[in-house]
Structure formats: C-alpha cells, structure tokens
Design a protein around this ligand. Structure first.
Ligand SMILES: *Cc1c(COP(=O)(O)O)cnc(C)c1O
Length: 369
C-alpha cells in the first residue's frame, strides 16, 4: 500500500496551533496594525533576546534582509563579495542588486558549505565581504571563515535563511559575523504565513542604517535622510512569528531526531550518502539531503510510491544562465558540479512520523535491490 508523504506539511503544524494563531491574526486586524508597528516590534525584541543579540531589524523577506545589509554596509559599485556556489539565488542576486560582483567559491565535500580552504585564492583588493550560507540547517565552518574575514578586514554576513537557531561550537550561527540574515518564508523552519525576513546584529550603526534603508530612508515620519526601499514586515506575519517562536526549539529537535532515524535506516545502503553532522554543533535539518546514484530514477520511483522529494539545488549558481557572463566552467567548481547531479532532498518536517520515515527508507532499499 502507498503512503502519501508530502515534502513538507505546513497544515499539520497549523492544526496544532490553530487557536493561538487565529487569536494572534485577529488581534492585528483589531488594532489595524498592518505594517511594522507594535507586533513587528514585539517580534524583533523576542527574536533578538532569543539570539542573545542587541538588535533585530525586521523586513519584508529574506532576500531583502541580505540586500539591506549590503546597502547598510556601504557595499556597491566596484566591490566584490564572495559567496558559495550552491545556494538559493537570493544570496548572489542581492550582491548584484547592490551594484557589486558576486564571486563564487566551491563547496566542501560532505558538508555542502563554502569551502574555507578555497576562499583566500578568491580575495582581491576589491573584496569587501563574505556571505557564507548555513545551508540545509547546519552551520558552515564559520570559525575558519570568521578568521579569514578578520585577517583580510572583510565584513562577514551570514545567510541564516535555512538555519534558525542552529549552533556551532556552542554559539548560534548568525552571531559570528557583523550580521545574520533570516527568511521566514512559510516553508522555512520558522515560517510566517506570507513573506517576512530579518537582520540581527550587535552593531548599533548597522541596525540604524538597516532600519532606515528598509523604510524609505526614514526613521521619523516625513524626514528622509537618504533614499531607501519599502521592505517592512507585516503585522500579521509578525504576530504569527511571535506565536511560533515559542515552539521553534521543539520543532528543530524533532527535525534533528527525524534525521537521525533516517541516517540510521539509510546508512546500510552503500549507494546512499547520508548527511554528516559537524562535531559540536546542532544541525536543525531544514532539509534532509542525501547523495545517491541514479538520482533522477530514484526520484521517479519514490514519486510512484507516493513520496515527494526535492533537489536543492539542481543547478549550482555559477552554472545558471543568469551568470553566463561570468564565464564559469564545470572544473572551476568541481564539487558543486558533481553534487548537483547526485543530491536529493527527502521529506522533512517536525511532524514526520517514524512509520513514514521507515516507509521512505524501505522504498529506497527496494529501488537499489
Ligand atoms: C529562502 C532563502 C533566502 C531568501 O528568502 P526569501 O524570504 O524567500 O526572500 C535566502 N537565502 C537562502 C539560502 C534561502 O534558503
């Protein structure tokens, strides 16, 4: 018998929180506090507190969070920003939007993050910042990257869109650099009911400039100190996020537990490479990604079994048509190039049941038999 297992199940989470969420949404409507306002301020305060950091500046989405940070740091024309070959395009397109040039670095074998050993060869006098991505829910080698930034006097901006409250060596990812940027897209570990994002920082000046830039260059009504953009968090999103923030640790641990069950059940199949967890870290498994032989055939087989899968990402950024002008070749990013044909993301959400994971693992075993 087929079980139908979706890739993510946002409805399952809503059913457990329905009364709290509904009250929160209605209180925003009651107060007509639709754009930023008290609900966004309350969320910013609790998010910053939970991160143990001075400032959280909310904005409209996780892409803007990166763009606003780059602009608030004064990065623009003539500058280069180093980032990773495998990520969602937000990480690199915002560098271009700011007027700078994205410079890609290959990924580490096994961990899928920017390879610290390959960063320094890409640094030039024009380099201003490095944006590592804590991809799939696990921290990049952020201590090594931080050291490179210090030695070369570069800004470190951490893309934490997939890593809310992941930790590395006892410290939260997103607190190593000058700023951590977050997405609260509905499917993220901490997801709103629409688009939302935020920036965290201990730097007072950066926080002020980010807040100003995200709201038309204004901190006070009808006074514009500069031109900015319109990127503000909705009250409704903030109210939903404040409810969900109370449960994020619980959900992250449930994902982590599900991943360990997957790892246990799949580790006996030699054509499947299960994710490695860095020592001394908390991997919050936004995505559960394995590398396999005959990836596309496996995806088709799982689909026939009712199991939905994804690929994150089927084409690494340097090989996208959008970056054709940079003239990259496969041999420039050998690991990212090889992995893009092998990776597959299996269903992952906190409410996933052991029986469902067993069914998925057994289906994979059946395929390779
Ligand atoms: C989701 C995501 C973003 C962008 O977030 P949006 O809120 O969708 O704009 C940026 N970087 C990474 C790595 C992401 O996964």
């Amino acid at each position: 018998m087929n079980l139908n297992i979706p890739f993510v199940d946002l409805k399952a989470q809503y059913s457990t929180l329905k009364s709290e969420i509904d009250v929160a949404i209605h209180s925003v409507i009651d107060k007509t506090a639709f754009i930023r306002g008290p609900f966004a301020e309350e969320f910013e305060k609790s998010f910053a507190e939970k991160y143990g950091i001075k400032h959280c500046v909310s904005c409209a989405n996780g892409t803007d969070a990166i763009y606003i940070t780059l602009k608030a740091l004064g990065i623009g024309a003539g500058d280069e920003v180093i980032t990773v070959a495998n990520s969602w395009i937000s990480t690199s397109e915002t560098i271009t939007q700011a007027g700078a040039k994205p410079v890609f670095v290959d990924i580490e074998p096994d961990y899928y993050h920017i390879d610290p050993l390959k960063i320094e060869e890409k640094i030039t006098p024009k380099t201003k910042a490095i944006i590592p991505v804590h991809l799939f829910g696990q921290a990049a080698r952020i201590d090594a990257i931080q050291k490179i930034c210090e030695e070369h006097n570069l800004f470190l901006i951490e893309d934490c869109a997939q890593a809310h409250f992941a930790t590395y060596r006892g410290r939260k990812a997103g607190t190593y650099g000058i700023a951590g940027t977050f997405s609260f897209y509905p499917g993220k570990n901490l997801g709103a009911y629409g688009d939302a994002g935020s920036i965290i920082t201990n730097d007072d000046g950066l926080a002020t400039r980010a807040l100003m830039f995200s709201n038309h260059g204004s901190l006070r009504k009808h006074r514009h100190d500069m031109e900015g953009i319109n990127s503000r968090m909705d009250g409704i999103q903030a109210a939903v996020l404040s409810v969900k923030l109370k449960y994020i640790d619980e959900w992250n641990l449930a994902r982590n537990k599900n991943a360990l069950i997957y790892n246990h059940l799949l580790s006996g199949i030699d054509r499947v490479k299960v994710p490695k967890i860095r020592e001394n870290s908390l991997h919050i498994f936004h995505l559960y990604v394995v590398r396999v032989e005959k990836r596309d055939e496996l995806a088709g087989f799982l689909k026939s079994k009712g199991i939905e899968t994804g690929i994150h990402y089927p084409t690494a950024l340097p090989f996208m048509p959008a970056y054709k002008h940079l003239g990259h070749r496969a041999e420039d990013f050998p690991v990212a190039y090889k992995y893009q044909g092998e990776i597959i993301s299996l269903p992952m959400f906190p409410e996933l049941k052991v029986g469902q994971i067993e069914y998925i693992a057994n289906s994979i075993k059946e395929f390779y038999k």
